[in-house]
Design a protein around this ligand. Structure first.
Ligand code: TRP
Length: 327
């Protein structure tokens, strides 16, 4: 017996990187054991930042292929689907917008940030972004939503809108719990910014070994360690933080000690990390290329996911329509 329903969404960003894996995918996979999971590619949300739309199709394909290769498993009941394939979400979005005070949306820190990022494209969809996200979650009556802490204000917003809706129209929607993923901070190869595709400081899960070696070699380590003989500070080194995740714990202790005494240099330390990454990701790469031999597989999974998602969505939207009194 499962503990309830999990829902999470991610914008289609193409091939996933180590940051995506540690920050979201790993957790998505683990939750399948105890929850009924629904994972959604939020292509409508992606439209709010217009620049990327010509890639939506390929980026959806590549992202979902990575998800499946990493262990998200539709065969064990998990629903994986594309947001726009279940149009009921747009109806729920409209209905929820009627109980949403505009000021609440324009005051959100995430909205203000977007206004700073794209001052020439402050579209209506951007204001409604959290309402659409609330519709995603409530359309499936999700109990638990695994997200990064950057989504905390959106989750709190969803909870408030559910309370307001239920207060006006009766107890129809489910107030979701946020489940914030505890993530080791994964910086990009620049050693400064969070790993991200848009900054091109990322390491893709699907990389071939040569590519992994090349990207790891480029990683910035402790900036104070300039000569081979300088002692290093593992606590500020991004390569070390990745060792913590991908290297067996005994070896990590040894690397830490050797770094502090300049017993090993960064070149050698990076080589070890790259080797471990290659080994760690080998089953993923293998499964990915196996799944990719059938180019329809991902789309078949998404079509089936949309059908199963719709079964839930139709039911909930009917309850909502009745509750608000639509004739
Ligand atoms: N806003 C989320 C992000 O930018 C993506 C998202 C859309 C989402 N709908 C969701 C996350 C529903 C969790 C649940 O990362």
């Amino acid at each position: 017996m499962k503990k309830g329903r999990v829902f999470s969404g991610a914008r289609p960003t193409g091939r996933q990187h180590l940051g995506n894996y540690l920050g979201a995918i790993k957790n998505y996979v683990a939750l399948q054991e105890n929850y009924d999971c629904v994972y959604c590619v939020v292509d409508l949300h992606a439209l709010t930042t217009l620049a990327d739309t010509e890639h939506l199709r390929t980026w959806t394909y590549e992202m979902v292929l990575d998800w499946l290769a990493a262990g998200i498993d539709p065969e064990c009941g998990t629903i994986v689907f594309v947001q726009s394939h279940v149009p009921q979400v747009t109806e729920l979005h409209t209905i929820l917008s009627m109980v949403t005070p505009l000021g609440k949306l324009t005051r959100l820190p995430t909205f203000k940030e977007k206004v700073r990022q794209q001052p020439d494209n402050v579209n209506y969809g951007l204001v409604g972004y959290p309402v659409l996200m609330a519709a995603d979650i409530t359309l499936y009556k999700a109990d638990v939503v695994p997200v990064g802490v950057d989504q905390a204000s959106h989750l709190e917003f969803t909870r408030e809108i559910v309370r307001t809706f239920n207060h006006h129209f009766g107890p129809v929607l489910v107030e979701p719990q946020a489940k914030y993923t505890e993530v080791p901070k994964v910086l990009g190869i620049d050693g400064i910014n969070k790993m991200s595709k848009s900054l091109n400081n990322h390491v893709e899960l699907a990389s071939e070994p040569e590519e992994l070696y090349a990207r790891v070699r480029m990683m910035v380590t402790d900036p104070q360690r300039q000569r081979r003989t300088d002692p290093g500070r593992p606590e500020v080194c991004n390569v070390f933080s990745l060792h913590n995740v991908f290297t067996p714990q005994e070896t990590v202790g040894q690397i830490e000690a050797d770094c502090r005494t300049a017993g090993i240099g960064c070149v050698e330390c990076k080589k070890m990390l790259a080797e471990n990454l290659v080994v760690h990701l080998a089953p993923f790469r293998e499964r990915r290329s196996q799944l990719a031999t059938d180019p329809d597989y991902v789309w078949d999974v998404l079509r089936d996911g949309a059908e199963r998602a719709k079964t839930i969505a139709r039911q909930v939207i009917a309850e909502v329509q009745t509750a608000v009194g639509l004739p």
